[in-house]
Design a protein around this ligand. Structure first.
Ligand code: 13P
Length: 340
């Protein structure tokens, strides 16, 4: 366990003005996304699309790291350079999704637990050799009638803690991602309560497993109204409630918090991040680790056509730049300047 490397990686992941691109969609998720723009989900199309994002000129100004999928870390650019080596040369840290998906949690209807602990230490050794310096594990918490249960929160927290410990031993920084889903008609108050319970369970498990908080990054979901709730909270309320919950539960020793976008529109995800990052006296830097909110405009522009490649890169560059401003609380001012 190389603590110096872990500290350096964690600090670089949340460097000022930068955030993380999540490009680790499983092949199933990729299929859904590609279908929405009429692209066949072949291995070569996935390589071409990921290559488009990763080789976007200037992205390194706003992107500190990229979360890759197992297939992608083994793929190469059009010039035959392994993606991980290409990123590292650009000063972007390669990361790797190591969980094996959320599966039904026995005796807990409607709830899931994330799998992938078996053989993880061996897989991490290989990923380190391939260039990965951080990893991601996503737990999924669903809000519904009488759920999440205590069993679901603790099963997922335990898995996250086991994963984080194995990562740290392998000198790979674990991104701890307990995502509270936004699907449902629940209120923002209920989301706040569930997010707090989820983070409490997660940090209790991390402590119990001797995980060093200094060498982890939290990937949090924002506290928002359920997608189909009748009242949709505004930007300031989302920002206040999210930061309140984080302050109650996340140790100040943690080097940074990154957010997932979770199905929010690209602009909403940027606006929420901006409002939070603009707050004074935060104990940790806050930034983005978005998949959909960074990629959607690029994917829609690309549509699988080589002729749209440059325009799609520009669309990605734009969202990366906007979020690079948002994580410094400077996005709104920039918009107002442009409108004036
Ligand atoms: P979204 O930003 O699309 O929620 O994806 C982030 C992520 O990595 C989910 O695990």
């Amino acid at each position: 366990m190389d603590k110096t490397l872990l500290s350096r990686t964690a600090a670089a992941m949340v460097a000022k003005g930068k955030g993380i691109l999540a490009a680790d969609e499983s092949s199933g998720t990729c299929e859904t996304r590609f279908k929405s723009v009429g692209v066949e989900c072949t291995e070569e199309n996935r390589r071409a699309y990921r290559g488009l994002l990763l080789t976007t000129p200037g992205a390194e100004q706003f992107v500190s790291g990229v979360i890759l999928f197992d297939e992608t870390i083994r793929q190469k650019t059009n010039d035959g350079v392994p993606f991980a080596d290409y990123l590292a040369k650009k000063g972007i840290i390669p990361g790797i999704k190591v969980d094996q998906g959320a599966h039904a949690l026995a005796l807990c209807p409607g709830e899931k637990v994330t799998e992938g602990l078996d053989g993880l230490a061996r897989r991490l050794e290989e990923y380190f050799r391939l260039g990965a310096r951080f990893a991601k594990w996503r737990a999924v918490i669903t809000i519904g009638d009488a759920i999440p249960t205590h069993a679901c929160l603790y099963a997922n927290a335990h898995a996250l803690a086991r994963y984080a410990a194995v990562c740290q031993e392998a000198s790979i920084v674990p991104i701890i991602e307990p995502e509270v889903l936004l699907d449902g008609s629940h209120s923002i108050e209920r989301c706040e309560e569930v997010t707090e319970a989820t983070l409490r369970a997660t940090y209790a498990a991390l402590a119990a497993h001797n995980v060093s908080f200094e060498h982890t990054i939290l990937k949090a979901s924002m506290v928002v109204s359920g997608k189909s709730a009748s009242r949709q909270a505004g930007v300031d309320e989302v920002a206040e409630r999210t930061v309140r919950v984080l302050k109650r539960t996340v140790p100040a020793a943690q080097p940074g918090v990154v957010f997932l976008s979770g199905g929010q529109s690209d602009v909403a995800a940027t606006a929420h991040l901006n409002a939070m990052a603009a707050m004074k006296g935060l104990p940790w830097p806050l930034t983005f680790s978005y998949s959909r909110a960074l990629q959607n405009p690029a994917l829609k522009t690309w549509q699988g056509q080589a002729g749209n490649f440059a325009a799609a890169q520009m669309a990605f560059h734009h969202r990366a730049r906007m979020n690079g401003l948002a994580c410094q609380g400077k996005w709104k001012a920039e918009l107002e300047k442009r409108a004036a």
